[in-house]
Design a protein around this ligand. Structure first.
Ligand code: GDG
Length: 468
C-alpha cells in the first residue's frame, strides 16, 4: 500500500500527550493505517533556518521530519503573510490585513524551501496530502520539481466569496497554485461554492464532464469534506480520571448554578467580545439569572506577536473585568476568563459539566469545539449547543440553537432559551447532533478525502496549455 505523506505547518506529537489537538491525533491515526511521513515546521526559529538539519522522529510505521525556520521566515511567512494577510482575508476581516510584497515574497520563499526539503524524502508511490493556508503554493512547487504522486490539499479555514478574495493582491497566483493539486477539499459546500464562483467568474473556468474544473491551463477537482473529531475517544473522556476530576470540580464549584462554557484560542475570528457582551445583556434583561448562571471562557492565547491578537486579549480582559465588577456578588462571579490551556480530557469533563456550549465565531472553517461539546455530553441529560451560523459546523449541526453572532440581543435570547430548555427538547436536539458527530469523524473524513484523491489522480490532469 502507498505511504501517506502529510505536510502541515505544525507537526503533531506522535503519541497522545493529552494536550495535542484532536486533529493531530486523527492525522496520526491516518498515518498509522498505511504507514507514513509527517513533514513540517519544528516550531523553532534558528540561524540556519530551513537550510538546517532535518529532525526525524519515529514510532512504528510513522515518521515525522521537521525543519526550523529563520527569524526573517518566521516574521514574513508565519507572523507575516500567513497570519496578517491570508488569515484575516479568508475570515472576511479585510480591515485587519497587512498586504506587503515583502511578506508575500517570504511566503513564497518558505513554500519553496519546504518543497525543496521534502522532495528528496518522497518515494514514487507516495500519496501527498498538504494542509491549510500556510502551504497554498506547495503543490505547484512539488509538481515543478517533477513529483508525479497524487497531491491533495485541504483548507481548514473558510474560502471567502470572490468579492473578498480579490482584495488579496496575489489572489490569482494563490488560486492558480491551488489548481496544481489533484484534489482540493473545503470544510463546507459554502466554501466550495465560493471557490467555484471564483473560477467561473474571475478566470473563465469550465466544468468538465468528469466534474473537474479547468481554468488557467490547469484542471482541478474540488469538493467539500467536513472534518470531524475522534468522537469515540472524546465521548469517553469525561469518564477518564482527568475528565472525572474536572467534572467533579466544576459541579462542586457550581453547586446548583448552570454554566455556559466557551473554549477558543484567543482570535478575533471567534467572536469573543460579542459573547461576553451577550452574557452581560442576559444579566441586564433578565436579572433573575444573577447568581444562577455563570460563564466560563477558556482562551489560550495564540499568535500574540501579531498586533490584532494582543489587542483582542486586552479587550477581553477589560470586558470581563468590567462585567464582573458590575454584577459580582460575595458568593458569585459572572465570568471566569482563563487564559491558559487544559488537557483534552479535562476539557471534556468541563464540557459535560456545562449546561450550555457557546460557540459563536464570526467566521470559522468548521469549529471542532462544537463537535467536542456534543460528544462529551451525557445522553440522558445533555446540554444545549448555541452555534453561530458562520461556523462551518452550522451546515451539519442544524439542531443546535443557530444564532447570528453579531446580534448581541439575539445571542442573549438564545442563551436564555438554552438555560431554560426542558429535558425533552434538549434530548430531541441532542440525538441527531450526537449521531452526526459520532458518524462523521476525523478518521472517516481522512479516509473519504484520500479515496477521492486517488480517484481523481486516476484521471490525470491535462497538460498545461496556457499560463494563467
Ligand atoms: C482550524 C480552523 C477548523 C482549545 N483550547 C484548548 C484546546 N483547544 C482545542 C479545542 C479544539 C481545537 O483546539 C480548536 O479547534 P477549532 O476548530 O475550534 O479552531 P482552530 O484552532 O481555529 O482550527 C477551524 C479546524 O482548523 C480543524 O479543521 O475546525 O475552523 O480555524 O480541538 O479543543 N485543547 C486543549 N486545551 C485547551 O485549553 N487541550
Amino acid at each position: 500500500m502507498s505511504r501517506i505523506v502529510i505536510v502541515s505547518n505544525r507537526v503533531g506529537p506522535l503519541s497522545d500527550t493529552g494536550r495535542a489537538g484532536g486533529l493531530a491525533v486523527a492525522l496520526v491515526d491516518v498515518l498509522r493505517d498505511r504507514g507514513g511521513l509527517w513533514f513540517g515546521w519544528s516550531g523553532a526559529v534558528s540561524d540556519e533556518g530551513s537550510y538546517g538539519a532535518l529532525r526525524f522522529a519515529e514510532e512504528g510505521n510513522v515518521q515525522t521530519a521537521t525543519i526550523d525556520v529563520a527569524q526573517a521566515d518566521y516574521d514574513e511567512f508565519y507572523a507575516g503573510f500567513a497570519n496578517r494577510a491570508l488569515w484575516p482575508t479568508l475570515h472576511y476581516r479585510l480591515d485587519l490585513t497587512d498586504f506587503d510584497r515583502r511578506l508575500e515574497e517570504g511566503y513564497r520563499r518558505v513554500n519553496e524551501r519546504f518543497a525543496a526539503r521534502l522532495v528528496p524524502l518522497l518515494r514514487p508511490d507516495d500519496i501527498v496530502w498538504v494542509h491549510d493556508y500556510h502551504f497554498f503554493l506547495m503543490g505547484e512547487m512539488l509538481r515543478d520539481a517533477g513529483v508525479k504522486s497524487p497531491i491533495g490539499f485541504f483548507l481548514h479555514i473558510p474560502f471567502p466569496v470572490p468579492e473578498i478574495l480579490t482584495a488579496l493582491p496575489n489572489h490569482k497566483k494563490i488560486v492558480h497554485a491551488m489548481l496544481a493539486y489533484d484534489q482540493v477539499g473545503f470544510q463546507t459546500s459554502n466554501h466550495l461554492a465560493a471557490f467555484e464562483r471564483y473560477l467561473f467568474e474571475e478566470v473563465d473556468g469550465v466544468r468538465e464532464a468528469d466534474g473537474g474544473i479547468s481554468a488557467m491551463g490547469r484542471k482541478v477537482h474540488a469538493a467539500a469534506f467536513p472534518i470531524g473529531i475522534d468522537a469515540e475517544a472524546f465521548s469517553k473522556f469525561p469518564e477518564s480520571d482527568e475528565g472525572a476530576e474536572s467534572l467533579a470540580l466544576v459541579r462542586n464549584e457550581l453547586d446548583e448554578r448552570k454554566q455556559i462554557v466557551g473554549v477558543d484560542r484567543i482570535d478575533y475570528s471567534k467572536g469573543l467580545p460579542q459573547r461576553f457582551s451577550a452574557f452581560e445583556r442576559l444579566l441586564e434583561l433578565y436579572p433573575e439569572h444573577k447568581g444562577e448562571v455563570s460563564m466560563l471562557q477558556i482562551a489560550p492565547p495564540s499568535r500574540s506577536e501579531v498586533r490584532a491578537y494582543s489587542q483582542i486579549q486586552r479587550t477581553l480582559e477589560g470586558l470581563s473585568g468590567r462585567i464582573n465588577g458590575r454584577f459580582s456578588d460575595l458568593d458569585w462571579n459572572p465570568i471566569q476568563f482563563i487564559t491558559r490551556s487544559f488537557p483534552r480530557r479535562s476539557l471534556a469533563g468541563i464540557y459535560r459539566g456545562s449546561a450550555v456550549g457557546l460557540v459563536t465565531p464570526l467566521r470559522d472553517g468548521m469549529n471542532l469545539v462544537a463537535k467536542e461539546y456534543i460528544a462529551a455530553q451525557d445522553p440522558e441529560d445533555p446540554g444545549v449547543l448555541v452555534l453561530s451560523r458562520f461556523a462551518g459546523a452550522a451546515e451539519e449541526m442544524r439542531e443546535a440553537l443557530i444564532v447570528n453572532p453579531y446580534s448581541i440581543d439575539e445571542l442573549a435570547e438564545a442563551l436564555r432559551a438554552a438555560i431554560q430548555m426542558p429535558l425533552a427538547e434538549r434530548k430531541q436536539r441532542f440525538e441527531p447532533l450526537y449521531h452526526g458527530v459520532m458518524t462523521n469523524t476525523a478518521s472517516s473524513w481522512a479516509r473519504i478525502f484520500l479515496e477521492r484523491l486517488l480517484e481523481t489522480h486516476a484521471s490525470p490532469p491535462e497538460e498545461p496549455s496556457e499560463e494563467g
